[in-house]
Design a protein around this ligand. Structure first.
Ligand SMILES: Cc1cc2nc3c(=O)[nH]c(=O)nc-3n(C[C@H](O)[C@H](O)[C@H](O)COP(=O)(O)O)c2cc1C
Length: 157
């Protein structure tokens, strides 16, 4: 079982979140690979059981680079059904687009036929953080990773 985390980050905030999400996946004993979007290839997608996308919030949406990755994933349209999906985002301010950016990424994962689990706790849609992630944000990211790992185990273990 293996989870791929693909993220974009210009000033390092989303990157810190990506590392924390990876720690959460790893803590549950599921394999994890973390790739900056410039180094990621959609050709890897079929071999993973889960895909977690992370992006800075640009005008309430994921970055163009992250969207390019999503668009390139059409190559495997129909081949990713039933894999686990999740998303996280870093914004510059509160209530200024993080949730819409997360939902936009989740929409793409759903269109691929992936399974996305929300949470009744805070950060229902995925992990959101403002600026440099603080300890509580890092914890939220770890929990997201754990949630994905647990679902991967249930569905693919
Ligand atoms: C082109 C651009 C657009 C942005 N748009 C938003 C926005 O709509 N809402 C917001 O809260 N922050 C916005 N920001 C701020 C970034 O989301 C924020 O600084 C984020 O933490 C950067 O993540 P990174 O360090 O991983 O690059 C924008 C930044 C840039 C460069």
């Amino acid at each position: 079982m293996k989870v791929l985390i693909v993220y974009d980050s210009r000033t390092g905030n989303t990157e810190k979140m990506a590392k924390a999400v990876a720690e959460g996946v790893d803590a549950e004993g599921v394999g994890v690979e973390v790739k900056k979007v410039d180094e990621a290839s959609v050709d890897e997608l079929p071999e993973f059981d889960g895909l977690i996308l992370g992006s800075p919030v640009y005008y309430g949406l994921p970055s163009g680079k992250l969207k390019d990755f999503i668009d390139a994933s059409v190559k495997y349209h129909g081949k990713l059904e039933g894999k686990v999906g999740a998303a996280f985002a870093s914004s510059g301010g509160t209530h200024s687009g993080a949730e819409s950016a997360i939902i936009a990424m989740i929409e793409a994962l759903l269109i691929h036929g992936m399974v996305v689990q929300g949470t009744s706790g805070r950060n229902h849609y995925g992990a959101a953080s403002v600026g440099a992630p603080e300890d509580a944000d890092i914890e939220t990211c770890r929990k997201l990773g754990q949630r994905v790992a647990n679902l991967v185990e249930k569905l693919h273990g």
